[in-house]
Design a protein around this ligand. Structure first.
Ligand code: ATP
Ligand code: ZN
Length: 304
């Protein structure tokens, strides 16, 4: 029932030795991380040549080769140096326990690895897992958790549809990835404990050469600009001149807000950048201070 998908042989994927410096990145071939991974590369100005049904492709706009793999294989490829960098969930990275360094958290693919038990069961703390049969696709992380908490449990590794295991009598408890919790709920389970919070990360091989490190710096610079832009909004508003001081004092901006006179005398247009954390609060304060016609615009890139 739970068959393992095949590990793509290295010979099919590595294109021999590169003569000019380029970065080889491993991303998920299809699945939850695929769209966000490709989108991130695109937002960094890295366009990929026709990606459909291929094992690898290149970019014409950045010295990069892209390998499409199962996410489970990505840590190994990066450890081996077949790929220089990769995008993978922390859940997979830590489960595979490979030698690779996290260079940046990417903010997508957020989920948690949680323990769930049948809804009707009573949960009285971690100790109640003692002696239980635990079904999971994350045997390494689960065993680590059990050891840390000094619990004896039988770990059964299954590679898919873990949430049906209790229903068919295969296990008492499951440890699986959760985002909304609806899959657990539909299978008559309830989440009782979180083992790991996870998101996608950019990882690198530990022995990149100098040229590759420079390319990675260039990529990271772009990723940071994209991430920063997502956390910020560009805001424009009309402000009565007699309250300009008060309004400007509310705005952080990159240096100071831009203030331009409007055609209508006595009014100015004020432009600035707001962080999402303080966004709604600031908007309310600005309105209270007399700002009108407030426009909020997404920012594509932000370079400091
Ligand atoms: P592959 O064929 O590449 O092995 P997969 O079936 O293992 O794919 P997906 O379901 O596409 O993997 O999930 C990929 C990653 O997406 C997970 O390892 C995890 O990091 C992240 N993710 C985010 N939310 C969830 C979720 N609710 N359930 C499962 N994975 C999630
Ligand atoms: Zn997988």
């Amino acid at each position: 029932m739970m068959q393992e998908k095949k590990y793509t042989p290295l010979s099919e994927i590595s294109g021999g030795n590169a003569t000019t410096a380029k970065l080889r990145i491993a991303i998920q071939k299809s699945g939850r991380l695929y769209d966000d991974s490709v989108k991130l590369l695109n937002e960094c100005g890295i366009e990929l040549r026709n990606v459909k049904d291929r094992l690898k492709t290149e970019s014409d706009t950045f010295p990069m080769e892209v390998f499409f793999l199962r996410d489970d294989d990505i840590p190994q490829y990066v450890e081996d140096g077949v790929a220089d960098i990769g995008i993978v969930g922390e859940n997979v990275l830590f489960e595979k326990n490979k030698q690779a360094t996290i260079v940046e958290k990417l903010g997508f693919g957020k989920c948690r690895l949680s323990i769930a038990i049948p809804k009707a069961d009573v949960y009285s703390g971690i100790k109640s897992l003692d002696g239980k049969r635990i079904a999971t696709s994350y045997p390494f992380l689960v065993q680590q958790f059990l050891n840390t908490n000094n619990i004896q449990g039988e770990v059964h590794e299954i590679s898919g549809s873990v949430e049906i295991a209790p229903g068919i009598g295969l296990a008492d408890v499951v440890v699986d990835l959760v985002s909304s919790g609806s899959t657990l709920f539909m299978n008559g389970l309830k989440e009782v404990e979180t083992i790991l919070q996870s998101q996608s990360v950019l990882i690198k091989n530990n022995k990149l050469n100098k040229e590759q490190e420079l390319l990675l710096d260039k990529l990271l610079f772009r990723i940071k600009a994209v991430k920063k832009a997502k956390r910020n909004k560009y805001i424009l508003m009309n402000a009565p001149n007699d309250r300009l001081k008060e309004i400007i004092a509310l705005l952080p901006g990159m240096k100071s807000p831009t203030v331009l006179p409007l055609a209508e005398s006595g009014w100015s247009s004020v432009h600035s950048v707001l962080n999402e954390d303080e966004f709604w609060e600031k908007i309310e304060q600005l309105k209270a201070a007399g700002a009108e016609g407030i426009l909020v615009v997404p920012i594509e890139k932000m370079v400091m």
